[in-house]
Design a protein around this ligand. Structure first.
Ligand code: TYD
Length: 222
């Protein structure tokens, strides 16, 4: 059964760790699963990512920025995500189009309906089946990033002002509220294993027990 799951959240929310742990668990259960990320996830997308996140890309306009993110996405959808879903696999993506709405739309103030049109073109209308928002207060997330990355890895996005990150966070929460059947909001301040067990619970419900192979040592239930 194919399923497209995305992880979203502000800087330092711990969403990448959650995505990785979910993939490990699904693999253990015998589920065909693919982990990818945005921007990037393909050789071409990784080159676009390098432009986007490099500190020297200071003069990039918001419009150019959104088109670069979308170009990376268009490549990823066609080259990686759709083929894997068509084979019946589970795709887990660390950030997807909702990042564009949150960062470029709510964060930078670009028109949301224009962003939806660009996204529709980039993704062929592909929307995640399930999106986890790992939510943390802005200060907590930025503090974690600073400690984890060290000064040298401080990327261009993270150096943005606090107010911008606040708008991004509120944008995420607004989107989650407006589409509750797709979004699951989890508190990223909770311990990693607590968040992960909730993630697994939700995915188990969506996939159904039949998709999950019983653990070694137990007889399959007919
Ligand atoms: P990354 O180092 O992958 O950060 P994180 O671990 O938080 O995912 O950098 C991705 C950055 O790009 C992050 O600041 C969010 C931003 N971004 C956008 O602004 N728009 C987008 O559409 C996407 C996919 C990411």
């Amino acid at each position: 059964m194919s399923l497209f799951i995305t992880f979203e959240g502000p800087e330092g929310s711990g969403k990448s760790t959650q995505a990785r742990l979910l993939v490990e668990w699904l693999r253990d259960q015998g589920v065909p699963v693919l982990l990818t990320r945005e921007p990037g996830g393909t050789p071409i997308g990784d080159r676009i990512r390098a432009i986007l996140l490099h500190p020297s890309t200071q003069g990039l306009t918001p419009e150019a920025e959104v088109l670069l993110f979308s170009a990376s996405r268009a490549q990823l959808v066609r080259q990686v995500i759709l083929p894997f879903l068509q084979m019946g696999g589970v795709v887990i993506c660390d950030r997807f189009a909702d990042s564009t709405y949150a960062y470029q739309g709510y964060g930078r103030g670009l028109d949301l309906s224009t962003l939806r049109q660009i996204t529709q073109f980039a993704t062929e209308g592909l929307v995640p089946d399930l999106t986890f928002l790992i939510d943390v207060p802005v200060q907590v997330g930025l503090q974690r990033k600073r400690q984890g990355d060290g000064e040298d890895d401080w990327n261009r996005m993270e150096a943005e002002v606090q107010a911008y990150h606040e708008r991004v966070r509120q944008g995420y929460l607004t989107m989650a509220r407006s589409e509750p059947e797709r979004w699951v909001v989890l508190d990223g301040r909770e311990p990693v294993d607590v968040v992960q067990s909730r993630v697994r619970e939700v995915v188990r419900e969506r996939l159904g027990d039949r998709a999950l192979r019983p653990r070694a040592g137990r007889e399959p239930v007919a």
